[in-house]
Design a binder for this molecule. Structure first.
Ligand code: UDP
Length: 580
């Protein structure tokens, strides 16, 4: 009954004003006039009750309320939050719960426009889409039926871009796309230059799909072969180093293209018999098979520091509940098309990750740019992966293995059971970190005080609550201090802040690309999927600096790299935060 539910799910979520603003704008149920008809507490109840219902698929007498209570407690305490589509749509008509999709784009007009249609349906529901355009025949190739010539992958990408632009207004949030082209596609140079004009493909992030052969050719300074995907035949050669240098230069100029190591991703593909991975979702953290989708959720690490120590037991509890939650999401999701439903349920991938990493480090007084921090990153991520796998195995005993388990990598690794083909992913947590009032993903603080651009140009002023708490506790909080910090964004060089805390609150621009990359690699080591991370460069960084970072990320085992040089772009697909 309602009374029982209200009693069980009663803990009031401790939301900041910014969090409430974001929820009211897009997440809460609204009436026809646009007025919210639920409060944040109702949203968490709606989500918890809806997602708990999946338990009934496995035990018709399951105690849904007790599962919902466990889910609710984690969310209301802001310890664990699912990705935005789950918060927005669970228990409502749309019921589309996943953030990440990859759609195939085959080499026919019919297939291309089928993919455009499916993209529209996904964007309407708040999901993001990734595509490989590598199967499309190159520009100027013959079109048999018309005797004309093909316009090539880059030109077709503009169709997807236009569709996204149009749906923006009606959807729950801006649609985002990832476009990938293999480095051995004949149109690769056009692709690398595709966003040089900054008004083009504004709804796309671009990444070059890098092969091992190509990297070897770069390192040995040799040519490499291009292939026509239509015929499978070689279609010319390029000098690997020249292609690499051009990629680096364009990324230096405007951030695009990034790179993804496709061969590396496929070497770790957990279900190779199900096909090759060609693309990731828009922010790069989720490699997926064609027609696969994935739902994400993130643990807010700042909540597990108690008296200067990590509460591992409490963290373990959250991991268990989170894996249960995300597995349920797969069942409760209403997929936009049947193929996505089927492929998603064959592998049952989930993406459990984290946010509030910078908060955790600051609370422990560990500067982000140190070996101590990257060592702890490995330890925390290994813990999440190991406990996550334990829980997934335990679920599999009751619910069954994911259907493609037998031919997956897990039996060879010694696992008898597994419910999910992947368990860990590190997402950007662009919006849910605002709801959780924590630092986003594994990023360092962008600034200790800053203006944040939210959705339709609403600007919110923020001071890191962790900084405020610690300044208060350590006795150096003052109005003058906050004013000073807001001016430059950093506590560095402020005599009123003890040196230890100046270093613990190191900001993104004070951290060298080397440490950004090392941190990404530390987390990647224990992440099944990939890690969303931007390597920040100062405006005056050189092309050579960017090149060094690409080679470092390759050598350290990252699955991709996204860089951003300060001031090199005016608008971007995802605005995580901007200092004014
Ligand atoms: N995403 C999207 N549009 C957006 C933001 C995100 O489609 O405006 C998708 C995209 O696939 C991205 C994923 O959601 O990689 C996760 O992004 P994030 O963690 O920032 O989402 P949140 O759950 O915080 O809203």
């Amino acid at each position: 009954s309602n009374k029982e539910i209200e009693k069980a799910l009663s803990q009031t979520p401790d939301l900041t004003k910014n969090a409430i603003t974001v929820l009211e704008k897009r997440y809460l149920k609204r009436d026809i006039s646009g007025k919210p008809v639920e409060k944040p507490i109702d949203m968490f109840r709606r989500v918890a009750l809806n997602i708990a219902e999946a338990d009934k698929n496995y035990d018709k007498d399951a105690d849904i309320l007790s599962t919902a209570t466990a889910f609710y407690e984690q969310m209301a305490a802001l310890k664990f939050l699912p990705n935005s589509p789950t918060l927005m749509n669970a228990g409502r008509e749309l019921q589309q719960l996943a953030a990440c999709f990859v759609l195939p784009v085959d080499d026919s007009l019919e297939a291309i426009f089928e993919a455009v249609k499916n993209t529209a349906l996904i964007h309407k529901s708040g999901g993001g889409t990734g595509f490989s355009f590598s199967r499309l025949r190159p520009k100027d190739d013959v079109v048999k039926t018309t005797k004309g010539v093909s316009s090539g992958p880059v030109s077709f990408m503009t169709v997807f871009d236009a569709a996204t632009e149009t749906i923006k207004q009606g959807g729950t949030r801006r649609g985002a796309n990832m476009g990938i082209l293999r480095v051995d596609h004949p149109d690769i140079m056009e692709f690398i230059y595709a966003k040089e004009d900054k008004t083009k493909l504004t709804n796309f992030n671009l990444s070059v799909g890098i092969t091992e052969k190509f990297m070897q050719a770069v390192l040995n300074d040799t040519d490499y072969d291009l292939y026509n995907p239509k015929t499978g035949k070689t279609a010319g050669k390029l000098k690997a180093k020249e292609v690499f240098d051009t990629m680096v230069q364009l990324a230096w100029e405007g951030g695009d293209p990034g790179i993804v190591y496709l061969d590396r991703i496929n070497a770790e593909n957990p279900t190779p018999k199900e096909g090759d991975i060609e693309s990731t979702n828009p922010c790069g953290e989720q490699p997926l098979l064609p027609y696969e989708s994935c739902n994400l959720g993130s643990i807010n690490l700042g909540k597990y520091v108690k008296d200067g120590k990590i509460d591992w037991e409490d963290l373990e509890k959250t991991i268990e509940v989170a894996v249960h939650f995300l597995d349920n999401v797969i069942d409760m999701n209403k997929y936009p098309i049947q193929q996505i439903n089927d492929q998603t349920k064959r592998n049952r991938k989930i993406g459990l990750g984290l946010m509030g990493w910078a908060d955790m480090l600051a609370m422990l007084a560990i500067p982000y740019n140190t070996d101590e921090a990257t060592d702890l990153a490995e330890k925390v991520m290994q813990f999440i992966r190991d406990k996550g796998r334990e829980k997934s195995s335990a679920l599999a005993v009751i619910r069954g293995d994911f259907p493609s388990f037998k031919d997956s990598i897990y039996p060879k690794m010694g696992f008898k059971n597994m419910r999910n083909a992947t368990i860990t992913t590190i997402a950007p947590t662009g919006t849910i970190s605002i709801i959780g009032s924590c630092s986003s993903g594994i990023e360092p603080y962008f600034a200790i005080a800053f203006y944040r651009q939210v959705m339709d140009n609403n600007k919110l002023v923020e001071v890191s609550p962790v900084f405020k708490d610690i300044a208060k506790r350590e006795g150096f909080l003052s109005d003058e201090l906050l004013e000073k910090v807001a001016e430059t964004g950093t506590a560095h060089g402020l005599s009123m802040v003890p040196e230890k805390w100046q270093e613990a609150f190191v900001t993104s621009h004070e951290i060298t690309p080397f440490w950004h990359t090392k941190m990404q690699a530390a987390f990647q080591k224990y992440t099944d999927n990939a890690v969303s991370k931007t390597v920040n460069f100062p405006n005056e960084a050189t092309i050579e600096d960017v090149k060094k970072t690409y080679l470092l990320s390759y050598n350290l085992g990252c699955k991709g790299t996204t860089i951003y040089r300060d001031g090199s772009r005016t608008g971007q697909v995802l605005n995580v935060g901007t200092k004014e």
